[in-house]
Design a protein around this ligand. Structure first.
Ligand code: NAD
Length: 296
């Protein structure tokens, strides 16, 4: 039976470390580190997520600035708000919650965020920094996955990794991070010819697909470490109820894997914790204060 990688506990520990660093930052800088979150429209999942971000930001001793705009806000008004946040010295990190309403160009909005406040790591400047090994901001979910992997395995150097999914938010930055950790990386996606064969070669499997329980236990190399990014809502046994499952078939995979993240309680809780980590890093850089980022 595989070890369970407890992302919830790791995320709690990370938030506690961020809180300690945030208190130290406030003492040195004479102000709190600040995170601004912009939500356009009333998508229920986004509302929950933004509320949790706000609560956890405050709990870490940082300032939270929430901007909730109606769904019919014009793109020009949203860009003007981002410009104001770019210029506001109390704001170290800016996150515009995606998806945006259809009448807005997400790329244009992301491109307007100052890359040095882009704590989500989606701006092309930060994508380029990650690809070239320069310090910048890395998307929170894949960075959280690497933290869990290193916590479990120590050095990842020389390991074979497969990343299933090639999105800009998870799959591609995940592959870049694993290359930086000296893994041999395969990126699989919807056109991959023989996915089970690609998965079977891997010591590390990261599934970021959005297909419930797609990756089966008999695809895995025995002892592999499995990181399940997927969050899929499926009907539960009880009528009218739903439950969350990942992209990995946990029941069969946990029989073969050496270690595996559960859903929920694996990768999910890491995302906001890493966002807070990125924000306190941004605050130190903005204030030109040194601290050991690797200690987080
Ligand atoms: P996406 O839809 O942008 O990308 C999915 C990727 O899966 C694509 O690159 C596609 O090529 C690949 N794919 C689709 N069908 C496939 C198949 N049959 N075989 C192999 N590859 C296939 O999704 P995303 O934004 O990268 O998110 C992926 C999953 O991770 C979703 O379930 C999402 O909810 C979840 N997610 C979780 C977090 C979190 O834990 N905080 C954050 C982001 C995304």
């Amino acid at each position: 039976m595989a070890d369970i990688i407890d992302g919830k506990a790791f995320a709690e520990g990370l938030r506690a470390r961020v809180a300690t660093v945030a208190a130290d930052f406030e003492a040195k800088a004479g102000r709190k580190a600040g995170l601004a979150v912009v939500l356009v429209g009333e998508d229920p999942a986004s509302q929950v997520y933004v509320r949790n971000k706000g609560k956890q930001t405050l709990a870490c001793g940082m300032a939270s600035f929430e901007h909730k705009l109606p769904a019919d806000t014009s793109e020009a008004d949203l860009l003007a708000l981002v410009d104001r946040l770019n210029a506001d010295p109390a704001v170290d990190g800016i996150l515009v919650q995606l998806p945006l309403p259809a009448h807005m160009n997400e790329q244009k909005v992301i491109a307007t965020i100052n890359p040095d406040k882009d704590v989500d790591g989606f701006h092309v400047v930060n994508v380029g920094r990650l690809a070239t090994g320069l310090p910048g901001y890395v998307p929170c979910t894949p960075l959280g996955c690497v933290m869990l992997l290193k916590d479990k395995l120590g050095s990842l150097s020389g390991l074979d990794a497969v990343v299933i999914g090639r999105s800009n938010i998870v799959g591609k930055p995940m592959a870049q991070l694993l290359i930086a950790e000296s893994c041999t990386v395969t990126v699989a996606h919807s056109r991959t010819k023989d996915l089970p064969a690609a998965v079977r070669r891997a010591d590390i499997v990261v599934a970021a697909v959005g297909r419930p329980e797609m990756v089966k236990g008999d695809w895995l190399k025995p002892g592999a470490t499995v990181i399940d990014v997927g969050i899929n809502r499926v009907p539960a046994a009880e009528e009218g109820k739903t439950r969350l499952v990942g992209d990995v078939d946990f029941a069969s995979a946990s029989e073969v894997a050496g270690a595996i993240t559960p859903v929920p309680g694996g990768v999910g809780p890491m995302t906001i914790a890493v966002l807070l980590r990125n924000t306190i890093v941004a605050a130190h850089r903005a204030a030109d204060l040194a601290f050991d980022e690797s200690a987080l």
